[in-house]
Design a protein around this ligand. Structure first.
Ligand SMILES: *[C@@H]1O[C@H](CO)[C@@H](O)[C@H](O)[C@H]1NC(C)=O
Ligand SMILES: *[C@@H]1O[C@H](CO)[C@@H](O)[C@H](O)[C@H]1NC(C)=O
Ligand SMILES: *[C@@H]1O[C@H](CO)[C@@H](O)[C@H](O)[C@H]1NC(C)=O
Ligand SMILES: *[C@@H]1O[C@H](CO)[C@@H](O)[C@H](O)[C@H]1NC(C)=O
Ligand SMILES: *[C@@H]1O[C@H](CO)[C@@H](O)[C@H](O)[C@H]1NC(C)=O
Ligand SMILES: *[C@@H]1O[C@H](CO)[C@@H](O)[C@H](O)[C@H]1NC(C)=O
Ligand SMILES: *[C@@H]1O[C@H](CO)[C@@H](O)[C@H](O)[C@H]1NC(C)=O
Ligand SMILES: *[C@@H]1O[C@H](CO)[C@@H](O)[C@H](O)[C@H]1NC(C)=O
Ligand SMILES: *[C@@H]1O[C@H](CO)[C@@H](O)[C@H](O)[C@H]1NC(C)=O
Length: 455
């Protein structure tokens, strides 16, 4: 949605009177575009919690836990990195389940050398397979955090740190400032740390409750606008009732002849090309298969069959990036018939109901060990599923592109849709008649308004 508005405001080359009314119409979208607000996941955020577990002679030991309270946005490899600025001259003596990327200048210290002396440390997760004595619960997944809906048990990440040269009571301790969360790129903005009610911990046997000495929270939220990404995904459409395959819009994510933004593209498997075997560049810049849309991901929606009281759709997600395996991918789809989804094959499903009563948005994701990994471009680089919907006689129609999705997100980013006038038509309908009908309705309404006003 944010993409939509930023793109539209950029391309105002329309006659003035038109542009004014269009701008008025779009302004309601435009206001939300700079905020980190997602209508499909209004409370989605990442909450970072610092629990002080004990005071030490020169500081404290804290457990920092990150909760991904987002329905469908996850953090994939190479994982998160969390930064902050110390309020005073704090240092990190040691860490468990995480590490700072840079030790900084510890030359003032003799004997015991701190883990990190930087004023603004950056912490990353440890990798899977870390020795047990360097682990804590929920650590060591290489910074990968799943989304709350897909896998709540893996939607948490944690590390422990021992801080020195810091306050040693809840009156003298100073909260760190200026939190930054990279996941892995930009996109998140974090608020200030706020002191909250101390966390209570229940022991495994549930017979004793302990509590942190002090707790503060930081909330970070995502905005596609801030991440300043070009679109990463587009949608193509087809149907059994029309031979036309409506492709992704040309240059939806970039143009083939402009490689400055979208990396490079190749027409065949890169394993033949020697330039690609440079491991240093792996996974940082995408290497795309050449397409007219230049998107790493295409979602194809095919209206496959029409039964008496059901209809069937086939959804295929194709990866065009030779340098990316999408682990734990997910799709968010909006279509009015999701309130009567009857069967879904080989994907997981959950209804997202941001507004009460409006049940038209679904989250789809892969089945563990079966198709939760969307492989790099090539013969295996796709996953697919079929959806069976029950027809509601009042709303169901193949006319006017009703059978096609309204909105699709891949991994939380909005996919570029073909323009509505390009949707496959029913054999004997034409957009001309639809526009004519619309005009008729508008003129009638105008005439009615006129009559009412002057009656
Ligand atoms: C963050 O998400 C949690 C869980 O959905 C919610 O309770 C909390 O209000 C959210 N915080 C903000 C600032 O949106
Ligand atoms: C600090 O600790 C005292 C008791 O030692 C307690 O009464 C007070 O509420 C605590 N303040 C905060 C901000 O936790
Ligand atoms: C906060 O961090 C950003 C980026 O690291 C930096 O540009 C900014 O100056 C910092 N602000 C403060 C108050 O430290
Ligand atoms: C602080 O974060 C924890 C864990 O995410 C959450 O349970 C708690 O409600 C948060 N407190 C506030 C005041 O947001
Ligand atoms: C390529 O894209 C960049 C950024 O969008 C733009 O500034 C540049 O003019 C484009 N070049 C060509 C040849 O289209
Ligand atoms: C993707 O996964 C396959 C199989 O696990 C592996 O062979 C391949 O190197 C991976 N590709 C990338 C780009 O990580
Ligand atoms: C939304 O639709 C799904 C699938 O039909 C159903 O399981 C769920 O209960 C519905 N939720 C609401 C709030 O209507
Ligand atoms: C479709 O779902 C809605 C709301 O869940 C329900 O009221 C309606 O009866 C359903 N229609 C059919 C044909 O099942
Ligand atoms: C199929 O739809 C396209 C629009 O995408 C239209 O141009 C074409 O005429 C339609 N074909 C038939 C047989 O109606």
């Amino acid at each position: 949605m944010e993409y939509f508005s930023s793109r539209t405001t950029r391309s105002v080359t329309i006659p003035n009177s038109f542009a004014v009314s269009l701008l008025l119409l779009l302004s309601c979208f435009a206001f939300t575009s700079t905020e980190a607000y997602d209508a499909l996941d209004p409370t989605g955020n990442i909450t970072i919690k610092w629990d002080i577990m004990s005071w030490t002679p020169d500081g404290y030991v804290a457990v920092v836990t990150m909760f991904n309270f987002q329905a469908y946005r996850h953090i994939q490899a190479p994982g998160w990195s969390l930064g902050w600025t110390w309020a005073k001259k704090e240092v990190i003596w040691s860490m468990v389940g995480g590490q700072t990327t840079d030790q900084g200048d510890c030359s003032k210290f003799k004997g015991n050398i701190p883990h990190c002396c930087k004023k603004n440390p950056t912490v990353v997760d440890l990798l899977p397979g870390t020795p047990y004595n360097q682990q804590i619960a929920n650590c060591c997944r290489g910074g990968v955090i799943n989304s709350w809906v897909q896998d709540p048990s893996n939607a948490v990440s944690a590390f422990q740190l021992s801080v020195g040269q810091a306050g040693t009571t809840n009156k003298t301790v100073r909260l760190p400032k200026n939190f930054t969360l990279q996941a892995p790129g930009p996109g998140y903005t974090c608020g200030p740390a706020k002191i909250v009610k101390a966390t209570k911990f229940v022991t495994a046997d549930k017979r004793r409750v302990t509590q942190a000495l002090m707790t503060w929270n930081i909330t970070c939220s995502y905005s596609q606008f801030l991440s300043q990404k070009t679109p990463t995904c587009c949608v193509s459409l087809s149907s059994f009732y029309n031979d036309t395959i409506v492709p992704c819009p040309t240059c939806a994510c970039g143009c083939q002849n402009n490689m400055t933004q979208s990396g490079s593209c190749v027409s065949e498997s890169p394993y033949l090309a020697s330039a690609v075997s440079d491991p240093g560049k792996y996974s940082t810049t995408p290497l795309l298969q050449c397409t007219s849309h230049m998107c790493p991901i295409r979602v194809h929606w095919h209206v496959k069959l029409n039964y008496k009281s059901y209809w069937r759709v086939k959804v295929t997600i194709t990866n065009f990036n030779f340098r990316m395996n999408y682990t734990q991918w997910n799709l968010v789809v909006q279509h009015p018939n999701f309130d009567n989804l009857t069967q879904l094959f080989s994907f997981n499903y959950k209804a997202l109901t941001p507004y009460d009563g409006l049940n038209d948005t679904a989250m789809l994701w892969g089945i563990k060990f079966y198709n939760d990994l969307l492989m790099q471009a090539g013969p295996l680089g796709n996953v697919q599923s079929e959806l069976l919907f029950r027809k509601d006689k009042l709303t169901f129609t193949f006319d006017k592109g009703w059978a096609f999705p309204r909105r699709i997100y891949f991994n939380g980013d909005n996919c570029v849709m073909p323009p509505p006038d390009a949707y496959p038509w029913l054999p004997n309908a034409s957009p001309g008649t639809i526009i004519y009908l619309l005009q008729l309705i508008i003129t009638t309404l105008a005439a009615l308004a006129f009559l009412v006003a002057y009656a």
